[in-house]
Design a protein around this ligand. Sequence first.
Ligand SMILES: [Zn+2]
Length: 407
Amino acid sequence: MHRKLIILIISVLTLFQVKGQTPEEFQSILNQFNADSISRTVHDLAAFQNRFCNNTPQGNRAVAEYLVQRLREYGIENAHVDSFQYVGNTWATGQIDRYFYNVKGEILGNSNSLDQYIIGAHLDAISINDYWMLTPTAPGADDNASGCAVFVEIARIFHENNLQPAHKIIFMGWDAEEIGLVGSYNDAAIRNGLGESSYTTVLNNDMVANQPDNLPYKIDLYQYDNAIELHEVGTDILEQYTTITPNFPDDNNTMRERSDSWAYSQAGCKAIFAIEHYFTGYYHTEQDLPQYLNYDFAKEVAKYNFALLFHYCIADLNTLGEHLPELSESIQLYPNPVHSQCYIRSSTDNSIQNVTILDLSGKVIFQSTDNEFETVHPLDLSFLPHGLFMIKIDTNQGTVYKKIIKQ
Ligand SMILES: [Zn+2]
């Protein structure tokens, strides 16, 4: 067989296999996200004491090497320090001519797709006093060890579940964000030069662990003009798969220009930017320490990022479980949307054996006990609240999933 054909068949099979995941299996992956694991990364990064990019002649090389080692720990063998020279004049450094250190690690896609998804965060930190003088330490736990911990956690989940994306996923740590998005501008310019912008999507997390315990979880989600669909999907995912409510800051808010996603957006990439809604009181101070953070909140942020990557690179969350197209077509659910009574009908001689109703988090709401169904099965859904539900239908030919809207 032609080598390319073999590869194609293997990739289609792999994709098919992963697409066979059910909502319950997806939920069980989300349940593996771990606050302690995120906390560990934040503590390790804060322990560098000072991640100001121009602090020493070595700068953040050791910080970048730490993140490389963490990505390699999760099977991303190609992770490496991506160093580059920068000549410029910034408010915090004066005139400089030196090297900075980005981090890059890739999980290759198993299709021929050119699309690629960057999940990143800046790895540097800055701390200043009331006179805008640099202070001796810059622990940067929230800003932005938290964002780095999110992508490291996602690398862990990909590794432990052996997930094979259809498109390339790139884990990135950006150096020198705090002096003007230097690391991200550098990478975005290189990608733009290579013609990659139109098929590159960037998920940026910058300050994602400050959340008061006694208030509902909230995050500010920034949209860029060329990435409206991405923003809509991100919003849906936050609402359906996390305990965080998204908040949409005013369009004129300049915050969207102040983090690394802006550099990519300017280069023509699609981007989305998440930042805590309850802005830390320790911003750019020596008190931005790990003990003040809410790691359960950061865990929810990681789940949102993971679900976005899963949706675009592994399986459309809207069709999760619908991996038996012929069988799925032979089973009808009507009317949909439904007020009270609906019917499940099999148009072939398949018999419907069990019916389970799940909410979108995969939680079972109702399970039929009768397993002697006819080819038409009535189902009274008047007990369900309004909203979108998943109906799992077991037949003698396999299981299909249908979405139903309860009005
Ligand atoms: Zn930051």
